[in-house]
Design a protein around this ligand. Structure first.
Ligand code: ATP
Ligand code: RIB
Length: 306
């Protein structure tokens, strides 16, 4: 089976539960502080690996305890760490996360070493990229690095999955090279101007996103599921019903699960279903990588819902 190459961020998450996230200028009390491995790139890499894919992870850590702990976790999850590099100056990435009583999160990321992941790091990984089933990217690393990876993958005809999070402007020439663009509602609104309130607006945002150039679009809609569209098809796939305690990394788990299913040769709908099941299981537990399920759990979950 061909490999999934995930290129992106590594963070250590510092998480606090609170009744409601603070408004600007407000201090609120929280509880239940814990630290756990996170970062959109790392979460997606771990999700793909736990979903059964062979994963190469390209990231940059600081030379500190956070970096050492992250690397140890990647080894435990069986990620190929050939292209994990360490920055001499910057600390490892960190994220401050508040989870409210509706299980929704607010996140501030200090990228640190992630911001030093450069086009030359990507070029070093060309041998892995050119033989991959797909490459997976997010936006907690510099724009020029994302663009370099997409150009390289495209030159080798390797499909690109871009999770445009956090949101920022993306050049049309880059979006045209993307196989799958998968934003959440906020990112889809940023890219299209369409506020998503239901299926009609999700459809309208998906149509606009397709107009920007990617071959396929999946907008994740939290507990409502996903809206997927591509050449000649569009569909709302409802989420699985579960009791959510913390949605952190739900989107990452969807993306990683989708990529693993894609690498194993599943069709588009099966990839969506597998990613949705993995993400549903993820929201039932606290934390980012601490909540990402294994292939067996996802398969059992799906078998009970046939
Ligand atoms: P994050 O909270 O990590 O930032 P996100 O905003 O990127 O997540 P969402 O759209 O919230 O992503 O969720 C991604 C996917 O996870 C959804 O499309 C759905 O499949 C699943 N999901 C999220 N919340 C729930 C829920 N409450 N119940 C079931 N599935 C869920
Ligand atoms: O998507 C969730 C992730 O966003 C967290 O793990 C945090 O590190 C931020 O990158």
């Amino acid at each position: 089976m061909k490999k999934v190459i995930v290129i992106g961020s590594s963070n250590t998450d510092m998480v606090v539960s609170t009744d409601k996230a603070p408004a600007p200028g407000e201090t609120v009390l929280g509880s239940g502080f814990f630290m756990a491995p996170g970062g959109k790139g790392a979460n997606q890499a771990v999700a793909a690996a736990r979903s059964g894919a062979k994963v190469v992870f390209v990231t940059r850590l600081g030379r500190d305890d956070f970096g050492k702990n992250s690397l140890a976790g990647y080894k435990r999850d069986g990620l190929d760490i050939t292209y994990v590099s360490f920055d001499k100056e910057e600390p490892s990435g960190t994220a401050l996360i508040a989870v409210d009583k509706k299980a929704q999160n607010s996140i501030v990321v200090a990228p640190g070493a992630n911001w030093k992941l450069s086009p030359s790091d990507i070029k070093r990984a060309e041998a892995a990229i050119k033989n991959a089933a797909c490459i997976v990217l997010q936006q907690e690393i510099p724009e020029e690095t994302v663009e370099c990876a997409i150009d390289l993958a495209c030159a080798h005809k390797v499909p690109v999955i871009l999770n445009p999070a956090p949101a920022r402007k993306i050049k049309k020439v880059i979006l045209k090279k993307v196989y799958l663009l998968n934003p959440n509602e906020t990112e889809a609104q940023f890219l299209t101007g369409v506020k998503i309130t239901g299926e009609r607006s999700a459809k309208s945002a998906a149509t606009k996103l397709l107009g920007l150039g990617p071959e396929n679009v999946i907008i994740t809609l939290g507990s409502r599921g996903v809206f997927a569209a591509g050449r000649g098809f569009e569909m709302l796939v409802p989420a699985f019903k579960v009791k959510a305690v913390d949605t952190t990394a739900a989107g990452d788990t969807f993306t990683g699960g989708f990529a693993a299913a894609f690498a194993s040769g599943s069709d588009f709908y099966e990839c969506v279903r597998f990613g949705s099941a993995a993400a549903a299981l993820c929201v039932t537990k606290k934390g980012a990588q601490s909540s990402i399920p294994y292939r067996k759990e996802v398969e059992q979950f799906l078998n009970h819902r046939k």
